[in-house]
Each structure stands twice: as C-alpha cells, then as structure tokens.
Ligand binder design. Structure first.
Ligand code: SF4
Length: 83
C-alpha cells in the first residue's frame, strides 16, 4: 500500500508556519518594571501586582518588531523569544 508523502508545497507551508515567533516568560524572573509594556503595549500587559502578561504569545508577523523591542528592554531578560 503506498504511503502518502507530503508534497513540497505543504512542507514549505508547514516550515513557514513553524517559523512563527513565540514568546514565553522565565518563571519567577519578571520584577514588574513595565518596560516591555511601554515598548510594546499590544504584546505585553503588566497587571497591578503580578508578573507581566503576554497578550499574544504566538506573535503575528506584523507585531514581531514590537514584540522583540519589548523583550530587548527587559532589564532582567525575563522574556524568551523563540521560533
Ligand atoms: S518582563 Fe521584564 S520589562 Fe516586562 S515587566 Fe517583567 S521585568 Fe519588567
């Protein structure tokens, strides 16, 4: 019985999809400085007495620059960026 092999187009699409920027937090590292929220308010939100909240952990491509800028300004490197 022949085994279905993914064609080149669907493999390329899967690769593009898996290249999406993802954000997460180092547990316990956020100290609530709020610089990330200032730099990228559509991505990060700092509730009054809590760790930062990542509003869009799977970052849409049009917000990647903003998300990166917010991660870069964190003084304790609490935000992890991966693909
Ligand atoms: S993630 Fe970093 S910049 Fe954002 S609130 Fe926490 S400590 Fe501050």
């Amino acid at each position: 019985m022949p085994v279905d092999q993914p064609d080149n187009k669907s493999m390329t699409r899967a690769r593009i999809r898996s290249n999406q920027m993802e954000l997460s937090l180092h547990p316990g590292r956020c100290e609530g400085y709020g610089l990330c929220e200032e730099a990228a308010p559509r991505i990060y939100h700092l509730p009054d007495e809590d760790d930062v909240e990542i509003l869009q952990p799977q970052v849409p491509s049009e917000l990647e620059r903003e998300a990166s800028a917010g991660a870069r300004v964190c003084p304790v490197a609490a935000i992890l960026v991966s693909r």
